[in-house]
Design a binder for this molecule. Structure first.
Ligand SMILES: [Fe+2]
Ligand SMILES: [Fe+2]
Length: 184
């Protein structure tokens, strides 16, 4: 049977699938540097875990007359950071890697920092910085893996959409708080 020379024949695909069954979802078609992808995904996992802890800290420590609306947002963002951490851990497992949840060097592996300053506006500023780091990271990794690891690239894009919303949320709260602080 003639077939497009760029595509594999059914017999080739069947034979390849039977080799290395222990690799699960990772086949010979996987084109990325798997060890490097796992290392970067572990960095992003640490970033999400630190993000979750920072938002939780801000949720419980925020105080003042303007805090209530922002607190609800902090909690929501903490939950979404946890979901992101779980999706990333899941992808690391699919790639036959080990998601690193060890708290000992979490802060060092995280791309954003854990800070919990006393002022509400300072908290939100730190969160905005962290969200901007997340936006840049997910964009970069999505572009890097676009051709070589389609599933990871798609996951990065899904998370990126949420991070852009988070950054926009934080920017809005800063504007609102600055407005409220203005003398009449
Ligand atoms: Fe996130
Ligand atoms: Fe976020």
């Amino acid at each position: 049977m003639p077939h497009d020379s760029h595509l594999s024949s059914i017999a080739e695909i069947r034979a390849r699938a039977r080799r290395h069954l222990e690799s699960g979802a990772v086949t010979e078609e996987y084109k990325a540097d798997r060890a490097q992808v796992i290392r970067i995904l572990n960095e992003l996992l640490a970033t999400e875990l630190v993000c979750m802890l920072r938002y939780k800290s801000h949720y419980f420590n925020a105080a003042g007359i303007h805090a209530d609306a922002v607190k609800a947002e902090f909690l929501q963002h903490a939950r979404e950071a946890q979901q992101h951490a779980e999706s990333i851990a899941n992808r690391i497992v699919e790639l036959n890697g080990e998601p690193d949840f060890n708290p000992r060097d979490l802060a060092a592996r995280s791309r954003s920092e854990f800070r919990s300053p006393p002022g509400l506006i300072e908290m939100i500023r730190d969160d905005l910085v962290a969200e901007r780091i997340a936006v840049e990271s997910y964009s970069e990794v999505a572009r890097w893996l676009e051709q070589e690891d389609i599933t990871t690239a798609r996951l990065m894009k899904e998370i990126l959409t949420v991070e852009e919303r988070h950054a926009t949320d934080m920017k809005k709260f800063i504007a609102r708080l600055l407005e409220a602080q203005k003398p009449d």
